[in-house]
Design a protein around this ligand. Structure first.
Ligand SMILES: NC(=O)c1ccc[n+]([C@@H]2O[C@H](COP(=O)([O-])OP(=O)(O)OC[C@H]3O[C@@H](n4cnc5c(N)ncnc54)[C@H](O)[C@@H]3O)[C@@H](O)[C@H]2O)c1
Length: 412
């Protein structure tokens, strides 16, 4: 039996994924409204395939518990998929993770060994330097009361289910064969290779991956800024021709080496900052990663300036796209909110925004003095200029039909 603490994008996918693989899973979620929605078989965010999986497994192999106690008492393996947001100094804030560990310890039965698996993204060294000492200081015996493992998640929002079920690789960071065997057994039915490494290596691989993705994006954005400034350059065309190099071999990675509005969402901003803060705390400067972060942080200003050069404050501006990427209604750390805020600060008061699925999430997250359009037709009709900030495919048709009205900062 498995327990999963935290039923967001990662936790819900993991819980339903293990249910689909034949395991009994308990889900523990502290957010009451999120839990209520799940009880009603509704997914609290837009994510394909999860609705059908919830319909199939809820109250069967997947049980939502009201008490962490029920979950812990009945489980041998406990997964932690809680948020690890960016703290004030850029470092990862592990408050939710430690509170979930506290809850586990509260309900653990004498004489039973638990496998604690961290799936949340945590800075390299967290298991060794922070969690182990924390648990041991509270009287828990490593290897007797618990074993600790790391199992980072690489799924992409909008593709959570397929990325879990058809993972490219599964990374398990273990310090003993008992943990390794248990985790190997969990993933035995997947086709993906399971890579067993040390806990710190597993934690590191996740940051290795996200930092590289962020670097590719900032590189592309820096180059697009040069191209735009020079003028007479077909920026999108140049990148498409760059991707024809056979070394990319049609790789989807190429999509990260493409200009846009900067990376946003939950993971890349916070994970790059957390790694940077960790390195700094050890006296390492990381000039490259520092520049990647700075380039990204400047992007909203770069985009806002480009808009202000082409649109006057009296004109009606239509913002196309609010979510941090197409196919998602996640608006955490999205560029559109930052660009809109800058436009408002510069006296652009006539702003209307449209997104196919993220308007209510955006309104809840950012109380900005703007209007919202209920449809693409409505925003096209009421705007003097349309500004594409999220690369939803349907915006391509708008660009094709009224090119003079559209400023496309996603280079669709
Ligand atoms: N979203 C992604 O694309 C993605 C991909 C890979 C890894 N990750 C990592 O996975 C982790 C979770 O990300 P997410 O996007 O699923 O976050 P999320 O914010 O969508 O979900 C986290 C959930 O944990 C719940 N929670 C917090 N403390 C709890 C507790 N003590 N008990 C029970 N529930 C608790 C929250 O209420 C929330 O519903 C993060 O570390 C993130 O960096 C995310």
């Amino acid at each position: 039996m498995i327990s999963v603490f935290g039923l967001g994008f990662v936790g819900l996918t993991t819980a339903l994924g293990f249910a689909q693989l034949g395991f009994q899973v308990y889900g523990v979620e502290k957010n009451a409204s999120r839990k209520q929605m799940l009880h009603e078989k509704r997914i609290p965010f837009a994510e394909p395939h999860l609705p059908e999986q919830l319909e199939t497994h809820l109250d069967g192999r997947f049980r939502l518990t009201e008490s962490a106690q029920e979950a812990v008492v009945n489980s041998e393996i406990v997964y932690y998929c809680v948020g690890t947001p960016c703290g004030a100094d850029g470092a990862a804030d592990l408050t939710d993770l430690f509170s979930a560990l506290d809850e586990t310890m509260l309900h653990k039965q004498e004489g039973k060994k638990l496998l604690l698996v961290i799936k949340s993204t945590v800075p390299p060294g967290t298991a060794e330097n922070r969690i182990l000492p924390y648990l041991e200081a509270r009287g828990w015996k490593n290897g007797v009361d618990f074993s600790l493992a790391n199992n980072p998640e690489f799924l992409r929002e909008g593709h959570c289910w397929e990325d879990f079920i058809h993972a490219d690789r599964v990374v398990i960071g273990c310090a003993d064969s008992w943990s390794e065997q248990k985790l190997q057994a969990l993933y035995a039915k997947l086709e993906a290779p399971v890579c067993a490494v040390s806990r710190s290596t597993a934690e590191f691989i996740k940051y290795l991956s996200n930092s590289l993705l962020a670097t590719m994006i900032s590189y592309a954005n820096e180059m697009s800024e040069v191209a735009e400034r020079i003028g007479g350059i077909d920026t999108a065309g140049a990148f498409h021709i760059l991707h024809m190099d056979r070394r990319w071999a049609g790789a989807e990675m190429a999509s990260y080496v493409y200009p846009g509005c900067g990376y946003g969402g939950y993971c890349l901003p916070k994970d790059t900052k957390a790694l940077y803060a960790l390195a700094n705390s050890m006296g390492l400067e990381l000039p490259l990663l520092g520049s990647v972060i700075r380039t990204n942080e400047q992007m909203p200003e770069v985009i806002a300036k480009r808009i202000m050069q082409r649109v006057s404050p009296e004109q009606q501006v239509g913002i196309l796209g609010l979510s941090f990427k197409p196919g998602s209604n996640d608006v955490r750390d999205c560029t559109s909110a930052k660009v809109i805020r800058l436009l408002l600060e510069h006296g652009y008061q006539r702003i209307t925004a449209y997104d196919p699925i993220a308007i209510s999430e955006f309104q809840a997250c950012y109380p900005l003095e703007i209007q919202y359009a209920g449809s693409l037709d409505e925003i096209c009709g009421c705007s003097d200029k349309l500004v594409i900030l999220t690369g939803w495919p349907e915006f391509k048709a708008v660009k094709a039909s009224i090119p003079d009205k559209v400023l496309d900062y996603r280079y669709l």
